[in-house]
Every structure is written in C-alpha cells, then in structure tokens.
Design a protein around this ligand. Structure first.
Ligand code: TRP
Length: 331
C-alpha cells in the first residue's frame, strides 16, 4: 500500500469531465492506497479572494468532492490550512528552492502574464508549497494530470535535495499517477476539446447544474448541417455529443442515434433532447447530495475535524523528524 496525496484548488464547480476523469481516479485509489485528499486553500490566496469567496469556495469544493464519491471514512479529507505543519515545511523547503528554478516554471510564467499587477511571492513559490503538501505525508504517488508534471518534477528535486543535504534517505520521490487512457474522456459542448478546457460558460455541464441549465447548455451545443452520405465519419462536434451520450445514456439510445446518423435521418434536436434528459437523470443524485450537504454544516464540520486529526498526525510526525534532522534539537 502506497501513500497518495492530491490537492484540489477550490475554484470552480466540478463538471462531468472531472467526475469521469480525475475524480474517477480518486474514487478508485481510495480503496487501494492510503490517500490524503485536501482542498488547497492556501494556494488559492495567490489570487486574493475575498474572505467570503474563500470560505464559499472551500465549502463548495468539499461538498462536491464528497458528493462525487470521495469517502471520508476511507480517505483522509482535509483543508490545507487546517494542517499548519505544511507551512513550516514550506518555509524550510524555501531555504533550498532557487529563484532560477522557480522562475522557469511554466505555470508561474503564465500567471505572471495573466496578472501582471499581482506577481506575488506566493505565486513564485507555489511549487514549494505544493511540494510541502506532498512530502509532508511522505507520499509516493500523486494523481494529477500533465499540467502538474513540472511541479511534481520540482517536488522530486526538493525531496532529493533535502535527502542529499542531510545525508538521510528521508523523503520518497513521488511520481505522477494517472490512469491515462483508461479514463473516459469527456468532451466539451463547444465543438472542440475536453470539457472544462475553455474558460467560458457553456462548454461544461456541472454536477450542481439545475435541469433547466443542463437543457439550455445541451441544446446550444455545436453540431453541423447533418450527414449527407450513409455511414460517413462524424466531425468532432457531432462525435463529442455521441461520446457524451455514451457516458450517460443506455446502449439502446446510443445505437438508435448511431443508426439514425448512419442513415442520414438524424435530427440533432431529438438527440440533444434525449441527451439532456439522460444527463439530468445521471446527475440527479449528485445534485441532491450537493444540496443536502450544503445545508448541513454540522456534518461538514465533523468530516473536517476527523480529516484534520488524521492529516495532522501524519504531518506532525514528519515535521518532528525534519526538525531533528535539520538540527532544531533540544538543549
Ligand atoms: N496545483 C494543483 C492544481 O492546480 C493543486 C495542488 C496543490 C496539488 N497542492 C497539491 C495537487 C499537491 C497535488 C498535490 O491542480
């Protein structure tokens, strides 16, 4: 059994792509490994949210995470700022993190370009904080996508540097873990690419979306003028609707519309209506669960208290040992 750590930024709602993608990874891993999943609220301060936004976003992330099947009785679920040992390790790692390597990070350069008025030190040291998140539990694996690979590479560098500096095989070097091709890829509704890829509304269907919103979004999805030859290949926007249907509808439905397409008798309006209803049916339990959990702060507090205790125990042990190794020893 390995130790797994992953963090999610409390920004934006979970969409179907997350549900079938990263969250599917988490749901599976929680049964196979010792998992720590946390909400990265310190990280989110780099963009200066208001106190209300910060709290609301953390709550939403927690609620949707639980609703999407992350089981707090199996995995350890906590809020990053509930485990302040992380910040101590962050400080210690920063002493051996170099400007040059931090400035080279692609996500930093992108952020600096996007928010030139707020290129703060937290943004620069985002990877050090992320490394602290991961190695505070001496994790072996981190289930993240390609966009986080560079951060993970730095995490390994920091872990190795610490081990070498103090001549102590202390931190494991964590590797990325993803099911890659085994995951169902959910396309967006705007005709190209993955769900959630473009920032605008309309590309995604969120787990919390109300039926009316889902209907509107699906009906607006991009299609084409329709097939003109039997069995012709589907262009990407049309193929995307079929992929979505494959994820949420039954086989008969899918076969029926495939057949209609192949005979050039398809009416996209009918397909979209059916797809919307099937998405509404599929997401109904999540919508209900999100509503229930949002109204139950007592329960959420209980979940977070248990998570904080479990995560703190692991983090405190690491920090105790790290302090000893560095030379913060008692007189
Ligand atoms: N940087 C990650 C993201 O943008 C979030 C994150 C913060 C994280 N700390 C982490 C992911 C530790 C995995 C492990 O998605």
């Amino acid at each position: 059994m390995k130790t797994v750590v992953s963090g999610i930024r409390p920004t934006g709602k979970l969409h179907l792509g997350n549900y079938f993608g990263a969250l599917a990874n988490f749901r599976k891993m929680q049964h196979e490994h010792s998992c720590y999943f946390f909400i990265a609220d310190y990280h989110s301060l780099t963009t200066h949210p208001t106190p209300n936004d910060l709290h609301g976003n953390v709550k939403q992330a927690l609620v949707e995470f639980l609703a999407a099947g992350i089981d707090h009785e199996i995995a350890t679920i906590y809020v990053q700022s509930d485990v302040p040992q992380v910040t101590e390790l962050y400080l210690l790692l920063n002493m051996n993190a170099y400007m040059g390597e931090l400035e080279r990070v692609t996500t930093f350069k992108e952020k600096a370009r996007k928010q030139p008025e707020n290129i703060n030190a937290g943004l620069l040291t985002y990877p050090t904080l992320m490394a602290a998140d991961i190695i505070i539990h001496k994790a072996h694996m981190v289930p993240v996508g390609k966009d986080q690979e560079q951060h993970l590479e730095l995490t390994r560098t920091f872990a190795r540097r610490f081990n070498r500096m103090y001549n102590h095989e202390f931190f494991p070097e964590p590797v990325a873990y993803n099911f890659g091709n085994n995951l169902v890829k959910i396309p967006g509704l705007d005709g190209t690419g993955k769900m959630g890829k473009s920032e605008g509304e309309g590309n995604a269907i969120f787990l919390a979306d109300e039926p009316e919103v889902i209907r509107k979004r699906v009906m607006r999805a991009v299609t084409d003028a329709g097939p003109t030859q039997p069995n012709q290949e589907k262009p990407e926007p049309v193929q995307n609707l079929f992929l979505l249907m494959k994820a949420v509808s039954d086989k008969e439905t899918l076969d029926y519309f495939e057949d209609q397409y192949n005979h050039c008798t398809i009416r996209y309006g009918d397909l979209k209506k059916k797809l919307a209803e099937d998405i509404i049916r599929f997401t109904e339990p999540f919508r209900n669960r999100i509503r229930e959990l949002s109204a139950d702060d007592v329960y959420l507090r209980k979940v977070l208290k248990a998570g904080r205790e479990k995560a703190s125990e692991s983090a405190a042990k690491t920090i105790r040992e790290v302090r000893e190794i560095i030379g913060f020893t008692e007189f």
